[in-house]
Write a protein that binds this ligand. Structure first.
Ligand code: ATP
Length: 315
């Protein structure tokens, strides 16, 4: 029995590795277009998070096409265990920054370091295992809801899947579907909304429980109430409060709606691929630059919408 179980266990772990890399492939595709030129060095070591996940961009230049620079001489430090946000006008390169971190692409010049290790020197598997992404559009597989969440961690027992869904504020919704967690989603199954997809992606991320978490417009399809409830749970996870002795996570939020990130420890403002400002919400408002303009415009817009609703209600 013993002799048999060893190879079976071994196969099991290979299978799990395969499933894990399937997820990573999906995430990769989703972070847009796999670049096959991304290779790992023959002597690549595993990423070691010796400082708790500090991320540094040093003079990073990148463009999808050589004659069209997207990130220009970007230098910034994301401190370990902090929640940071990357904001700026549409097309300024926010998602691109996350794609470089995940090594969907490599910078043309400059370097990206995680805890002082150049990400081109570490194994792709260890890098991508350390990172969890909630991308702009989450891929779902033609499979059950449970499996779609489980892709975050194939070993998780059902109660952990359920707990992750609860924290992501999607459990009650799932229970209301025809076969609960066994409901099929995707092309031939249940059609689910953008907001439900986002919360399934967050469940997957919670289950994966990586030390570095990136959110690319992860709550954009949710109503304000659900968004706030979900963000408060995400904040707890980032603080490491959900498990005893849990450590703080490094997180990067890309968001248009500044109200969702104004409590970040540090906010980076990009414009046409360059870093133009950085600071806390308060500091950036006092500075009166691009961030403060974006904030004022969004607040005015929000007030107009509220006034409009109030006026419609009064009629
Ligand atoms: P948004 O806020 O609208 O999501 P963003 O700031 O996240 O925008 P990116 O998605 O990083 O911006 O895109 C930056 C620029 O790179 C854009 O001009 C975009 O058209 C271009 N771009 C993005 N992905 C690709 C790609 N795979 N190939 C070529 N160009 C791309």
């Amino acid at each position: 029995v013993f002799q048999l179980s060893v190879p079976l266990n071994f196969l099991g772990s290979v299978y799990r590795e395969l499933r894990q890399s399937l997820l990573d492939m999906e995430t990769l595709f989703n972070l847009q277009k796999v670049n096959v030129s991304i290779k790992e060095k023959p002597d690549a070591k595993s990423l070691a998070l010796t400082k708790g996940g500090e991320i540094r961009f040093e003079n990073v230049n990148f463009g999808y096409y050589p004659d069209r620079p997207i990130l220009r001489n970007l230098t910034l430090t994301i401190p370990a265990g902090k929640k940071v946000a990357v904001v700026g006008p549409s097309g300024c390169g926010k998602s691109t920054l996350l794609r470089l971190l995940f090594r969907s692409y490599d910078a043309q010049s400059g370097r990206i370091l995680i805890d002082d290790q150049d990400i081109r020197d570490v194994s792709l598997m260890s890098l991508r295992k350390s990172i969890g992404v909630v991308p702009q559009d989450t891929p779902l597989f033609n499979d059950t809801v449970e499996l779609n969440i489980r892709y975050g961690n194939m070993d998780a027992p059902p109660e952990q899947v359920l707990a992750a869904a609860q924290r992501a504020h999607i459990h009650d919704k799932i229970e209301s579907w025809p076969h609960g967690y066994q409901t099929k989603v995707g092309e031939r199954g249940l059609m689910i909304s953008g907001g439900e997809k986002q919360r399934l992606a967050v469940s997957r991320l919670i289950l994966k429980d990586p030390p570095l978490l990136f959110f690319d417009e992860a709550t954009s399809a949710l109503d304000t109430h659900t968004e706030q409830a979900l963000m408060s749970n995400i904040n707890e996870i980032l603080q490491g409060k959900e498990v005893e002795g849990g450590s703080k996570k490094t997180s990067v939020f890309v968001a248009h709606r500044l109200r969702t990130i104004y409590d970040a420890d540090l906010i980076f403002v990009l414009k046409e691929g360059s870093l133009v400002e950085q600071g806390t919400h308060k500091e950036l408002l006092e500075k009166g630059g691009l961030y403060s303009q974006l904030w004022t415009a969004q607040e005015r817009w929000g007030a107009e919408v509220e006034d409009g609703v109030a006026a419609a209600d009064a009629e």
